[in-house]
Design a protein around this ligand. Structure first.
Ligand SMILES: Cc1cc2nc3c(=O)[nH]c(=O)nc-3n(C[C@H](O)[C@H](O)[C@H](O)COP(=O)(O)OP(=O)(O)OC[C@H]3O[C@@H](n4cnc5c(N)ncnc54)[C@H](O)[C@@H]3O)c2cc1C
Length: 456
């Protein structure tokens, strides 16, 4: 692309346009996963919707690849791409709450931290992720799994409308009333259909919650998982959280001589009346002795950011994902075999329960198809040292290979690795063909292909 055209883009854009000639380039090309080392042609740091349209038009007209970045958390690093135009929305992150209507609009680059701070002020929340630095749009467009999902549904189930810049540079609103086909596809279909510049959510009254992590001896992990899978079937829907495997970090509530050892955890979030919190978590204490815990009442945004310190930007990431309709004994055995090998304190394995309100949405009502799955499992390899890449990636792959035969064919798109493109059809099951149809309508040339791609 000749410089004059980039110059024209610079003049057009209200934010900034960064190329390899600019001092800001190194920072602008980097994403959260430090394993990703790509050199885009141009990064458009958007200030407004106009900038997004300018970036989309520029990519299309110049024939360059286009990548979208919000919170930058894509593990395969879809937020940056060689020789591409990157639409960076991280400068667009306002959240406006309507406390009467119990709704909020979030800009396309807002993080869950931005969102929760704004809604918490009114005692309201919706389902978001478990880390506050994850992008609202990226997480919601893939489905959105978090502490509140059993009670409130997935994040995408709480989406009311979205403003979308489409491949032709147009701006449309998608909702049940307008562009309902696009609205259906956005709820699980990821960044395949356009750049979402704003999202409207339904909010629910959630202010303070009772929760936090409980650490159990690894040799009791089987009991913990078997108890959890039974208990969570009929547990009150205000109870969220998940079983996990985690190396104990050096925190004051963990005995010093146990820090650095792998444990089984339950991370709980009781979003019902606070005075019932202790009782709601009691069954977990009865399963096995709790070695260490940090549970109690706290503002919901505090739980949503409690693990941020374990996953700072700049780690190496490689993840794999599964859905489990049944968490069988054989699946649990595979976890017990591989979890002790967690490569670093940053790595973790989470088994998110996605029953309750998530099950009350029909499989074909949104693009997110696995409405009968009880667990979304992520094997989240995260470690600081690039020298450990081969061994740590091997750990994730071996773990995944061991659990895959006891899991569904598909997994949650937002937890998938870059080498999982072959599983796209399986991730969407019966919804895949309709997604392809809608892709053909809104993006026939596959401008938005730097993602878990639904090819037209
Ligand atoms: C530390 C960590 C914790 C996580 N925790 C959770 C969790 O609790 N629950 C959960 O469900 N997921 C979780 N995830 C996965 C997360 O949902 C995905 O990585 C998601 O894609 C991140 O969105 P982002 O905006 O931060 O990332 P980005 O890298 O900026 O975007 C990822 C992709 O999402 C799409 N996208 C992002 N913004 C837009 C937009 N405005 N318009 C159109 N497309 C867009 C694009 O395809 C883009 O390539 C976590 C990831 C990490 C790294």
């Amino acid at each position: 692309m000749a410089n004059p055209t980039i110059e024209a883009l610079r003049e057009r854009v209200h934010g900034s346009v960064v190329t390899a000639d600019d001092a800001a380039y190194e920072e602008a090309r980097a994403v959260y996963n430090a394993m990703i080392d790509r050199r885009p042609r141009v990064v458009v740091r958007c200030a407004d919707v106009d900038d997004v349209r300018a970036g989309v038009n520029f990519a299309r007209e110049s024939g360059l690849d286009l990548a979208i970045r919000g919170g930058s958390h894509s593990v395969p690093g879809f937020g940056t791409w060689d020789d591409a135009v990157v639409i960076d929305l991280s400068g667009m992150r306002q959240v406006r709450v309507d406390p009467q209507a119990h709704t909020a609009w979030a800009d396309g680059g807002a993080t869950w931290g931005d969102f929760n701070d704004a809604t918490h002020a009114f005692g309201l929340a919706t389902t978001g992720g478990i880390i506050s630095t994850t992008g609202v749009a990226g997480l919601t467009l893939g489905g959105g799994i978090g502490y509140l999902a059993r009670g409130l549904g997935l994040s995408c189930d709480n989406l009311i409308a979205a403003d979308v810049v489409t491949a032709d540079g147009g701006l449309v609103r998608a909702s049940e009333k307008e562009h309902d086909d696009l609205f259906w596809a956005l709820r699980g279909g990821g960044g395949n259909f356009g750049v979402v510049t704003a999202l409207e959510f339904r909010l629910s009254p959630v202010k303070d919650v009772y929760g936090g992590p409980m650490f159990f001896e690894l040799d009791r992990a089987g009991d913990v998982l078997r108890f959890f899978r039974e208990y969570i079937v009929d547990a009150p829907e205000q109870l969220g959280g998940f079983p996990a495997f985690q190396i104990a970090p050096p925190l004051p509530f963990i005995p010093e001589n146990r820090q650095g050892e792998p444990f089984a955890l339950i991370v709980a979030c009781w979003a019902g009346p606070l005075e019932q919190g202790e009782q709601a978590l009691r069954p977990f204490h009865d399963v096995a002795p709790v070695v260490a815990e940090h549970v109690g009442p706290m503002p919901y945004p505090a739980l949503n950011s409690a693990f941020d310190g374990l996953v700072p930007p700049g780690l190496q990431h490689y993840w794999k994902a599964n859905f489990n309709t049944e968490l069988t004994d054989a699946a649990i055995d595979a976890h017990l075999q591989h979890a002790p090998g967690l490569p670093a304190v940053n790595s973790t394995v989470h088994l998110y329960p996605i029953n309750g309100a998530c099950h009350r949405v029909a499989s074909d009502a949104t693009a997110f198809a696995y409405r009968d799955a009880n667990f979304a499992t992520v094997i989240a390899g995260m470690w600081p040292d690039p020298a450990a890449n081969d061994a740590s990636i091997r750990w994730v792959r071996d773990y995944y290979e061991a659990t895959a035969p006891h899991s569904e064919e598909g997994g949650y798109v937002n937890f998938m690795a870059g080498d999982d493109q072959g599983r796209i059809r399986a991730n969407y099951r019966g919804n895949y063909d309709r997604l392809v149809e809608i892709k053909r309508r809104y993006d026939p040339d596959n401008l938005f292909h730097v993602n878990q791609n639904i090819a037209p």
